[in-house]
Ligand binder design. Sequence first.
Ligand code: GAL
Length: 304
Amino acid sequence: MNNGGFLFDTDGGVLHAHGGHIIRHGGYFYWYGEDRRRDFYVSCYRSADLHRWEFRRHVLTVKSDPADLSRGGRRVNIERPKVVYCEATGKFVMWAHYENGADYTEAAACVAVSDTPDGDFEYRGHFRPLVYMSRDCTLFTDPVTRAVYFISASRDNADLHIYRLTEDCTRVDKLVNVLFPGQFREAPAVFYRDGKYHMLTSACTGWAPNQGCCSSADAMEGAWSPLLPFGDETTFHSQPAFVLPLGGEYYYFADRWGGFPMSQPFDYSKSSYVILKINFTDAGAPFIVWNDSFPVFPISPALN
Ligand code: GAL
């Protein structure tokens, strides 16, 4: 009965890793996510088994760039941080959604780079990719082509852009796809299974949960299918953060913003997590059903 609740680190502290992302490196899983306490922005936790999470570092804080990450002393918003291991440079590159802390008009992305997965990330500033507006976002390394993509909501969230990144993963090379024009999709999460690319998204209703959808394609830069419902009308009261592939299985990691039922007035600190194993139809279409418990992950040394 813990699914939809808080997660804790090995010191017993609440896990602050919302809108985040897990990567695997050197036998460990690293979980990055939003941490809105004090002067923190992005925190990093490490685990060998996906159950015991050791806090490693506040990898992005106001101190990472006091000028750009506190505007006139005001915290900015750093949302949906994602990290990719850049094969060309051997560095860890973080992309996130940047807003000025007063409103959501900046519509920008920001980038930070580190030599190690849990080091102090060096902040490289915020910008609009190819001058397009950019809000909810994710990163995805294509396991077939090894190209790295940044996917973000553009045109006031009306369209979802797929950009191919430069070899060093710190800049946008080219806009390669515009998905779901006029359909206002947010919270993208991409994964690959059996020759198909799948993208989960939410609708655009702020912190309130809504019907998740899935679209699929034969190639990141190819044609994507129409949106099909994923989960129930509130996606089990959650919004996608990312999908973790693990030993042939796939796990939906999501945020339950403001707890359950949502607090009025909205209280971000009550946000918790929903994690569900993804099932697939015979035709390969992903779907989820509710489970009261967080998954027991099938971790074995062979997976690492
Ligand atoms: C959501 C978005 C979150 C956050 C929130 C603010 O739609 O997915 O990351 O930006 O809006 O209202």
